[in-house]
Design a protein around this ligand. Structure first.
Ligand code: HEM
Length: 142
């Protein structure tokens, strides 16, 4: 079980590294002057590769978490509200991941609507999600 939990934490950290860095690229893309085509293409290439990588890393992070929950039975049964709240955080993280994909597609089409300031605030969301998930699973407050 400890091996599964170790790799769960490693893949969760890797998945979130991608969720932290992707919006950073969006901040830069939103600041690129229209005539800087080479810079825009370079940032788009980075974002596409990172999006693909982040999606691949999310799979083992989630599968190993499900294995801990459904396989080893951790968090099953009454008195484990922490896991239900954590699963809500996971669903929000998946929604955030999906939103990053939609934003990347809008940058590729050239019709992104948000300013670089908006993306800076958007970039803070995974920090809150990670904080919530770690407190819920380590402290188990309810
Ligand atoms: C389908 C999604 C997930 C499920 C079902 C899940 C389930 C679990 C379970 C059952 C444990 C073991 C808890 C224990 O031994 O006390 C665990 C550990 C952990 N999970 Fe997840 N998890 C999921 C996703 C995530 C995500 C998205 C994060 C972070 C953002 C995360 C962070 C952690 C951490 C840090 C631990 C280690 C806690 C410890 O050792 O005390 N998990 N997870």
């Amino acid at each position: 079980m400890l091996w599964v939990k170790s790799f769960h934490i490693v893949f969760v950290a890797s998945w979130f590294a991608g969720l932290f860095y992707l919006p950073r690229i969006f901040v830069n893309l939103a600041m690129v002057p229209p005539q800087s085509v080479a810079e825009r293409e370079r940032l788009l290439l980075m974002a596409r590769k990172l999006m693909r990588f982040t999606t691949i890393l999310a799979v083992p992070a989630l599968v190993l978490g499900l294995w801990l929950w459904l396989g080893y039975g951790i968090g099953r049964g009454p008195g484990n509200g922490w896991l239900h709240a954590k699963l809500l955080v996971v669903i929000l993280a998946l929604g955030y991941h999906h939103a990053c994909g939609a934003m990347l597609r809008s940058f590729v089409r050239g019709d992104s609507r948000h300013s670089h300031v908006w993306y800076r605030w958007f970039n803070e969301v995974p920090v809150l999600l990670l904080l919530l998930a770690v407190i819920l699973v380590v402290v188990k407050p309810f």
